[in-house]
Design a protein around this ligand. Structure first.
Ligand code: HEM
Length: 410
């Protein structure tokens, strides 16, 4: 077994490492410099190749026939991996080739900027509602709890057409599913108990499917429930998997971008002042917040054949981890990558991935983040930290779990 000391990239299989960004970035910088495609063998995990340079990640994502998403699109413990394959979860991120194209096509129209334009008013209204909630909190709160977790959930659940009464239940399940490396968010202690959260979510969506098949409406849930591939409806697992990917992919990701984006603005008051004085900078500011936070830490691929990467021989069946966190601080890809610069341009970050699996929800995420900061900054007089921000332990999706702030709003 290698250790974190022996192979710096072993931090990528250490959930707690993501709670200490300075040490994490130092280890990843060493990996990029000394061993950009390094074999990581950590107890409890299937061994994997860690790809830490921006250019190599692009290479892997473009070679979709050589590096497939199936059967293991994200890093899990060997036990979680086994359970996941046993349950037979089959979402977009697990698919390749023609099947992936067909299933992606079901959702693609819903996330096009033209379709989202219809959602803009609803999103603006939700942004206002949550800034009102901040104002009502009286000048001091934990921003993650007051806004961060609920606002993106309300947006995604509204898009799906889920009734507001069920939002709290969905929130709990999505947090248990994506935050399951962090003891504070875990449902139980065992992999089996975490897997129960997934089964609960499947049961919920199963009911929703039956309902939307019997009574179709004009929401995304109805489009999924009534979709066909090659003339046949999706089977139960495929249908609920589709809901699950939209609900989970669209939630903690955007939440972490907003909360981490606010922390970056507070810690860089010149950038905050510039954005408040120039709201036209919002599109580049949003992109920089997403790069800065990189809420999706990694995705994985599996080699379909023997191949070479950066002088290393990758064997068919080997797991390959793409570290977006590392790529987005790669000195060869970004000028001054450790500076938070709301005017950064170009900003071809990899936070949304690259290639065939490029994030389907990117336009929605950008719209949601921009709507929130536009509303907040138009009413903000003053803001500062009121305590120590705390990050989630994770190896997949995450960001802040606490951001205490003090502020005054108009
Ligand atoms: C895929 C990041 C928000 C839905 C992905 C991937 C990444 C990502 C890295 C995989 C890309 C790859 O393998 O190359 C993010 C980030 C977000 C965000 C950083 C917020 C800032 C959303 C939202 C939704 C969404 C709001 C939907 C409501 C999806 C879906 C996929 C995906 C469905 C799978 C696409 C496929 O496999 O073809 N996202 N995402 N994401 N994302 Fe997002």
């Amino acid at each position: 077994m290698t250790t974190a000391e022996a192979v710096p990239a072993a931090v990528l299989a250490t959930p707690a490492a993501y709670k200490d960004p300075e040490a994490l970035y130092a280890a990843l910088a060493a990996a990029r410099r000394d061993d950009p495609v390094s074999l990581v063998e950590v107890e409890g995990y299937t061994p994997f190749w860690a790809v830490t340079r921006y250019a190599d990640i692009i290479k892997v994502e473009r070679a979709a026939k050589t590096f497939t998403n199936s059967p293991r699109p994200v890093l899990m413990t060997a036990e979680q991996d086994r359970l996941q394959q046993q349950v037979g979860i089959d979402t977009l991120i697990h698919m390749d080739g023609a099947k992936h194209r067909q299933y992606r096509a079901i959702g693609v129209n819903w996330f096009k900027p033209s379709a989202l334009a219809q959602l803009q008013e609803q999103v603006n209204a939700l942004a206002k509602r949550f800034v009102d909630k901040l104002a009502a909190a009286g000048g001091e709160c934990d921003f993650v709890q007051t806004v961060g977790v609920d606002y993106p959930l309300y947006v995604i659940m509204s898009l799906l057409g889920i009734p507001e009464d069920d939002f709290a239940f969905m929130l709990k399940l999505t947090q248990e599913l994506v935050g399951n490396d962090d003891p504070e968010l875990q449902r139980g202690t065992s992999d089996e108990e975490n897997m129960m959260a997934m089964l609960d979510m499947f049961a919920y969506f199963q009911k929703l499917t039956e309902n939307r098949r019997a009574n179709p409406t004009d929401d995304l849930a109805s489009a999924i429930a009534n979709a066909t591939v090659d003339g046949a409806p999706l089977d139960d697992i495929q249908t609920v998997s589709y809901y699950a990917i939209v609900a989970t992919a669209g939630h903690d990701t955007t939440s972490s971008s907003i909360t981490g984006g606010l922390q970056a603005l507070i810690e860089n008051p010149d950038q905050l002042a510039k954005l408040r004085d120039n709201p036209d900078l919002m599109p580049t500011a949003v992109e920089e917040m997403i790069r800065w936070v990189t809420p999706v830490k990694e995705f994985m691929r599996t080699a379909a054949e023997d191949t070479e990467l950066h002088g290393k021989t990758i064997k068919a069946g080997d797991a390959v981890l793409l570290s977006y966190v590392s790529a987005n601080r790669d000195e060869d890809a970004f000028d001054d990558p450790f500076a938070f610069n709301i005017e950064r341009e170009p900003n071809k970050h990899l936070a949304f991935g690259h290639g065939l699996h490029f994030c389907l929800g990117a336009p929605l995420a950008r719209m949601e983040i921009a709507a929130f900061f536009t509303e907040l900054l138009s009413r903000l007089d003053h803001i500062e930290l009121a305590g120590e921000p705390q990050l989630t332990a994770t190896t997949f999706v995450g960001g802040l779990k606490h951001l205490p702030i003090r502020y005054s709003l108009r």
